[in-house]
Design a protein around this ligand. Structure first.
Ligand SMILES: C[S@@+](CC[C@H](N)C(=O)[O-])C[C@H]1O[C@@H](n2cnc3c(N)ncnc32)[C@H](O)[C@@H]1O
Length: 244
C-alpha cells in the first residue's frame, strides 16, 4: 500500500500549481466536465435528494458542477490534502450542502470512515495515483458504499495498451497544449508537462481494459467508457438495483 504523505500532492506548492494551470494542460477538461453533467442529468437528477461522494476532490470542481445542477444534492468531499479541502469548502460556500473528510483513498478503503451510502461516487484525475492493488481495493470499497442502483464515474488518465499508442497519445496531448497557447488561452508553454507526466512516480495509470475488467469482476453492471481522448477517459459502472 502506498502512502499519500509521500506524494507530490502533500506539497502545497505542487497542489497550487495544478489548481492554477489545469485548464491549460488537461485537454478538453471542460468537455469532460460536460459529460459528467450530462450523465448526472440523465441518470440522477430528480426529485429525491441525492447523496454524492467526490473522491480526490481537489478544489471541488466536480462537486461544484453537481451542486450547480442539483440543489438537493448532499455532497461528501474526500481528499488527502487539507489545503485542497479548504479550497473546495471556500468555493462551495457557507450555504453549500456538503461535508469534507481528509483521508487518503488507502485509509478510506481500509477503515471505512464514511457513514451512509451514495447515489453517485465520482472522481477526477486522482485514482491513477494508486497502484494496481490499491485501485482494485478502492473500486471494491466504492461498490460497498453505493446504494443499490448507484453510479460510479471516473474521469482519469489511463495507460495505453501498447507503447506505440502511448507515444501517439502523448503527441496528441502535446499538440493540444501547443494549440491552446496558440489560441491565446495561456501565455505559458506547458509542453513539458507531457514528459513530467511520465517521470512523476505518483502517476501509475493502468490500462482502461484492466480497470473496466476490475469493475466487472467487483460486480458493477453497465460498465463502459463514456469518453476518450488519448489517455484521458471517463468510465464507470453501476451497482445493480438488487445488489447490496
Ligand atoms: C489532479 S488533482 C485532481 C483534483 C480534482 N478532482 C480535479 O479534477 O481538478 C488530484 C487530487 O487527488 C488527491 N489525491 C491524490 N492521491 C490521493 C490519495 N492517495 N488519497 C486521497 N487523495 C489523493 C490530491 O490531493 C489532489 O487533490
Amino acid at each position: 500500500m502506498s502512502d499519500f504523505s509521500d506524494t507530490n500532492w502533500a506539497d502545497s506548492e505542487f497542489a497550487r500549481e495544478y489548481l492554477d494551470n489545469a485548464e491549460a494542460y488537461v485537454p478538453f477538461r471542460q468537455e469532460m466536465h460536460k459529460v459528467l453533467g450530462l450523465y448526472y442529468r440523465n441518470f440522477l437528477l430528480g426529485e429525491a435528494p441525492k447523496s454524492v461522494l467526490d473522491l480526490g476532490c481537489g478544489d471541488g470542481i466536480l462537486s461544484l458542477i453537481v451542486a450547480g445542477l442539483d440543489e438537493n444534492a448532499s455532497i461528501t468531499l474526500v481528499d488527502g490534502s487539507q489545503e485542497m479541502l479548504d479550497r473546495a469548502a471556500e468555493r462551495l460556500g457557507p450555504q453549500g450542502n456538503f461535508t469534507c473528510l481528509r483521508s487518503s483513498f488507502q485509509e478510506l478503503a481500509k477503515n471505512d470512515p464514511l457513514e451512509g451510502s451514495f447515489d453517485l461516487v465520482m472522481s477526477s484525475l486522482a485514482i491513477h495515483h494508486l497502484n494496481r492493488e490499491d485501485k482494485t481495493s478502492l473500486y471494491k470499497y466504492v461498490f460497498s458504499c453505493l446504494k443499490p442502483g448507484g453510479h460510479f464515474i471516473n474521469i482519469d488518465v489511463v495507460l495505453a495498451p501498447t507503447d506505440e499508442l502511448e507515444n501517439w497519445y502523448m503527441q496528441v496531448w502535446e499538440e493540444w497544449i501547443v494549440r491552446r497557447k496558440a489560441e491565446g488561452k495561456t501565455d505559458r508553454d506547458f509542453t513539458d508537462i507531457v514528459r513530467r507526466y511520465h517521470e512523476n512516480p505518483d502517476n501509475v495509470p493502468d490500462t482502461l481494459s484492466f480497470q473496466l475488467k476490475a469493475l466487472e469482476e467487483t460486480g458493477y453492471a453497465h460498465v463502459d467508457c463514456f469518453y476518450k481522448h488519448g489517455v484521458f477517459v471517463i468510465f464507470g459502472g453501476r451497482k445493480g438495483s438488487g445488489d447490496r
